[in-house]
Design a protein. Structure first.
Length: 732
């Protein structure tokens, strides 16, 4: 889309992020290069973009495009802008008397312009002593004029410099708004500081610019930045908390583009250690943030576990009353879990499918309410029910009747800065935190949660550590349980029985590394369809034809990977014709290589907290508009979210989704292909997680050998972490 421009005056700010310079404001249009914007002449328009020090004095030219925001209507999205210098005498006088220059009134401004004319501003900057010759102008006036104008100009010079060396206008604004007058000094002294300080600025971008500016490939500053980049990338890719010396050195030549000697490498490591960028312990190399996160978790949970528990003589009676009230009978394990959730300051409740974890959470919250004599409103203020995903949080709400939220929402995550507003300086006042699906929480997120709650806040973690670990680094739930140093209640007695018992039996077999082939096709709940990879999709389609009228919330195809003959993308393309065939009554739109139409089932790929929609949420396309503007509306459980082309990448078809995306969700019926084509994705925790998403009926399609390969493959479980070690041996 070709950029257009508007010229005029900034009038006011509606919203501004001080750390990045992202601004929403109003702009009065005096001129435009676009006929489409002619209706805005001499009127105000809402604008968005990255800016520095907009003021009502200057005239600006903004470049960009008119867009339609799903909530706020038409806006001018600015990609770059420039300030128009006052050139006419009257404009210069108006500028000098704007209040920017202390002590300069209209009389003095007119005297200056009468003598210096249209070159006034240039002379003030380059030859300020010439102003002394003007009657009525003092040395103080000259100093104020020169210093103020120089500072005023320097911001634009810095931004132009950033753009000239390769940063985009957006990046330049983010950088300048962070460092202000120090910007150019930081670029000259250590440009890689930008990577540490600014989430939006990538190492690869900075490194390319640094090389173009002439930095040597083996410059110590570059070597240090490359080391921390490698540590961050590798730990995030493999889930590790730390790396080894030779491991980092092995990656370094790939990033630097040259080989360096060990002497330079050692010097870089020492500098990073001294400056608290990394921590070296027992030949383990941690990023400082990761080391701090692990040690915080260990110290907090060890402290909470040592606290003397509460005592309440009525507790057993109330638990018995809960059984009568809910019409259920808790087994001994469940009673112990509910009881200790009240008595202890820290507790982990773990168990596989069918052990009643959801039932227990309802019992825990009601026990606390009754023993502490709270209304439901007061209980909600005292307890925070949290989960890593939106779907899991909704399930908590459904099971307890209390409001639950994602951890990110509870901590008031800011997308622009990737920071939490609830933190060690601004703590929540909740007294108890209950976390469901705790296996999904990575080390950094759990540490952030602990920073945002008081040191005495009680913590209850609920989860199945045999499921997939967190996407981010760490395996916190597994390490906490495996240490055997903290209070843990393991639910092993099956609570859920009946038709789904074969699914649960299969899940427990997978946990134990075995497969009982006799389970398959014995009852209706567990079906295995043997076929070659070429026939998988046809078999999936046959099953889906049977269930095409089933609720989209309760029927789901799960697969390990997106690409390939039996990948998610190929399955979705075929299933769309079954669940939502082309129709004259349904509008459709092509995005990339995929056709979306009204009625399609889609999955959200990112968190959009302002719209109350989160990664993993599933919805239905309710409306598509292509004329005059492209818009898609998606209904997420009666929460309609409007998308424009800028965020079409935030969703994809969801007739089939990945097992990773399904974690934290449950479906009545699950269809899961299992073939050798999935190669590296065939491993125990992935298959176990897929199987345990099914509540009533599970179809596995493919070959039995692939399932056996997956069950026997635990190599992907190996993550190098130290939470367990620190709990057992202490932090040294």
């Amino acid at each position: 889309m070709e950029e257009v421009s508007i010229k005029g005056k900034y009038t006011r700010t509606i919203f501004q992020n001080n750390s990045t310079g992202y601004t929403i404001g109003l702009f009065k249009v005096h001129d435009t290069s676009s006929e489409a914007l002619s209706d805005y002449l001499n009127r105000t328009i809402t604008f968005t973009g990255y800016f520095h020090d907009l003021n009502e004095i200057d005239t600006y030219i903004m470049y960009g495009n008119l867009v339609s925001h799903e909530k706020y209507g038409e806006q001018f999205s600015v990609t770059k802008y420039e300030r128009c210098k006052p050139e006419e005498k009257n404009s210069i006088i108006e500028f000098l008397t704007s209040g920017l220059f202390k002590g300069i009134g209209e009389k003095k401004a007119k005297a200056i312009v009468d003598v210096l004319g249209s070159d006034t501003l240039k002379i003030i900057l380059e030859q300020p002593d010439n102003l002394i010759l003007i009657p009525g102008i003092t040395k103080t006036n000259v100093d104020v004029l020169h210093k103020t104008l120089k500072n005023y100009e320097s911001s634009y010079e810095a931004i132009l410099k950033l753009e000239s060396i390769g940063f985009s206008t957006k990046d330049s604004m983010i950088i300048y708004n962070k460092y202000k007058a120090k910007t150019l000094d930081i670029i000259d002294i250590d440009i890689y500081k930008l990577v540490d300080d600014l989430i939006d600025i990538s190492f690869k971008k900075v490194d390319m610019i640094a090389l173009n500016m002439g930095i040597k490939k083996d410059d110590l500053i570059r070597v240090k930045a490359s080391i921390t980049y490698i540590m961050d990338e590798v730990c995030n890719a493999y889930g590790h908390s730390y790396l080894f010396y030779d491991e980092i050195f092995g990656y370094l030549s790939r990033v630097l583009g040259i080989n360096i000697d060990y002497e330079l490498f050692d010097k870089a490591l020492v500098d990073l250690d001294v400056n608290n960028k990394i921590v070296i312990k027992n030949d383990r190399y941690y990023l400082k943030d990761m080391y701090d996160a692990e040690t915080l978790i260990v110290k907090r949970f060890r402290l909470l576990s040592k606290n003397e528990g509460r005592v309440n003589k009525k507790i057993d009676l109330v638990i018995n009353d809960l059984e009568d009230f809910y019409g259920i009978k808790y087994n001994d394990e469940q009673k112990e879990a509910i009881k200790n959730s009240y008595l202890k300051d820290f507790l982990i409740i773990t168990g596989g499918p069918g052990t009643g974890k959801t039932t227990i959470m309802k019992g825990i919250t009601e026990l606390i309410r009754q023993l502490d004599k709270l209304s439901y409103e007061k209980l909600q203020q005292k307890i925070a029910l949290l989960a890593p995903t939106g779907r899991a949080a909704k399930r908590m709400t459904e099971s307890t009747g209390l409001r639950a939220s994602t951890i990110h929402r509870f901590l008031k995550w800011q997308k622009e800065t990737n920071k939490f507003q609830v933190n060690e300086r601004n703590k929540s006042d909740v007294e108890i935190v209950i976390i469901d699906e705790a296996s999904m929480i990575d080390t950094y997120l759990l540490a952030s949660l602990l920073k945002g709650i008081s040191a005495n806040c009680r913590v209850i973690m609920v989860g199945d550590d045999h499921q997939l670990p967190s996407v981010g680094p760490g395996q916190v739930l597994h390490d906490l349980i495996d240490s055997e140093k903290l209070p843990v209640i393991k639910l092993e007695q099956l609570y859920r029985q009946g038709k789904d018992s074969n699914i649960i039996s299969l899940a427990y077999d997978i946990r134990n590394g075995s497969i009982d082939e006799g389970l398959f096709n014995e009852e209706e709940d567990l079906t295995f369809i043997k076929c070659d990879p070429i026939s998988v999709i046809n078999n999936v389609m046959d099953i889906c034809n049977t269930y095409k009228d089933y609720s989209y919330k309760d029927f789901q195809v799960l697969a390990p990977m997106y690409k390939g003959l039996v990948g998610i993308d190929e399955i979705n393309k075929n299933l769309q014709d079954i669940f939502n065939p082309k129709s004259k009554n349904k509008k459709e739109i092509k995005i990339g290589e995929v056709i979306f139409r009204e009625g399609d089932k889609v999955i959200q790929l990112t968190n959009m907290p302002d719209d109350n929609v989160y990664n993993g949420d599933i919805g239905i396309i309710s409306r598509i508009s292509t004329n005059p503007k492209k818009e898609i509306e998606i209904d997420f459980d009666n929460n309609t979210v409007r998308y424009t082309p800028a965020n079409f990448i935030n969703f994809r078809l969801a007739y089939a989704i990945s097992i990773h995306k399904a974690q934290g969700s449950e479906f009545d019926i699950v269809v899961m292909p299992m073939v050798k084509n999935y190669n590296k994705m065939l491993y125990r925790k992935l298959v176990y997680t897929g199987v345990t998403r099914s509540k009533k009926k599970l179809f596995i399609i493919g070959d039995l050998d692939s399932l056996k390969i997956a069950v026997n493959n635990t190599s992907t479980d190996i993550r190098r972490t130290t939470v367990k070690d620190y709990l057992i041996n202490g932090i040294k």
